[in-house]
Write a protein that binds this ligand. Sequence first.
Ligand code: ATP
Ligand code: MG
Length: 509
Amino acid sequence: MSLIGIDLGTTFCAVAALDDRGRPFTVPNRDGEVLTPSAVYLAPDGSAVVGQAALDMALEQPDRVATLVKRRMGLPDYGPQVAGREFRPEALSAVILKKLAQDAALQLGPVTGCVITVPAYFDDTRRKATMDAGKIAGLNVIDIIDEPSAAALAYSTQQGEDVTQPRTVLVYDLGGGTFDVTLVKLGRKRFQVLAIEGDVRLGGRDWDERLVNWAADQFVRQGGADPRTDPQALVHLFSTAERVKRTLSKIEQASFTVNHGGHKFTFPLARGDFEALTRDLLVRTRLTAQQVLKQSKLTWDAVDKVLMVGGSTHMPACTQMLTDLTGKAPDRSLAVSEVVARGAAVHAGIASAAMDVGAALPAIPDLADVVEISVNAHSLGVEVRAGTERVNDKLILKNTQLPASVSRMYFTAAENQTRVRVRILQGEAHQAEACIPVGECWIEGLPPNLPKGAPVRVKCGVASNGRIEVTATDETSGRAVTAAIHRPGGLSDDELARAAEWVRALKVQ
Ligand SMILES: Nc1ncnc2c1ncn2[C@@H]1O[C@H](COP(=O)(O)OP(=O)(O)OP(=O)(O)O)[C@@H](O)[C@H]1O
Ligand SMILES: [Mg+2]
């Protein structure tokens, strides 16, 4: 009987569990690797392969391999067909999750529940898609947790009991596909997120892409055919770019060889050149870090520690930039690629202790009564008309402590109206169309014969894990009425059940 934490990354995944004292440890996959590449190969025999072997297959059969699925979470489809079929991102993520849980079970025994991590900056639609992926995989998803919070949680357990004075910690998390910065206050048995900023489309992959374009442009200039137009050559280019990037984190000078269409050229590249090619990307992360500090009205002097998380922080330029920005050397004591999964395992322990889900689990005193407080990464609002304009009426502001809820009164527009619809938005913009539409909240089942102008109270809330909830009350009778969010791009219960059946029957290695 085990609880696990799963870091479902854009490019790599990791799994962790808790020992009997509540300390997290990483669980390697069946190949003994701590990280499993987030790649799915769909074989002609109908089975699936996840991990490094799938990445290797992408070099031969790119049209049978799905990668970077997390970048598509919250959207209705993965994009290109995989093995001739269209997929929802949730279903492909579920295949990855099934493999991770299956490998973990080999070592830990049956997995009773899991916590899956999400970028702090994920909106409700993407959070729901992640939870659905877990359900499709047949997992008991106890909760989701923000990746930087998980990292800070793991860090605080690593520090042991000596957290007598609360400390303010900045977590800079630059992964393969997403970027988050979070300010956290760590105390004994108390864990509080102060502010979140981020970018759901910025990560190591963008650094790779710069290198790919740089090498391909030079290749073309030397007389070669553009390798980017050939899907197989493009996979090779990305794979070389990633290797060159990693090399440049260790040594100052590397080279990039492109072999395509009968031409082979090698281009030397110094670390400084690579940094120049990608400077604006790093500057974006710097601005975001400044932003989070501003949001929390703190100065760098008030920040006790800077934690670096995510594989991309191996790039020396990150350390340099953060030292320069914050005036302190970032803490490198964490295993940057494992710490998120470990924190998720800790959260699973805390959540299950609080919910008593795992009555079968041994009680872990260290994790009992830990208070975790988070904030919402995006403002929550409803669409209202102001003249001819549709604007975002913000109900719960960004960086409000969670859980939070706000009530609004609505009035029926006609006699005998039985339902009211409210459009729910996430985002900071004033214009409704510039925000992220969460969906329509349908308030239904109002009693018959209500007069025009009858009051209906709608309560919108954000739960501790960032998920949006709505409830409504018919104020005339004082009774609760149904309120459900209908997400246009979301997965229906039927689709979810069908996808779950497909994954259940799928052989995954
Ligand atoms: N030594 C290194 N130098 C530079 N980049 C590296 C190094 N090692 C790993 N990376 C990069 O780190 C990224 C993977 O990091 P990580 O595993 O934290 O991301 P992820 O969890 O897959 O993504 P995300 O958290 O954004 O969903 C990849 O882009 C990889 O190329
Ligand atoms: Mg990650």
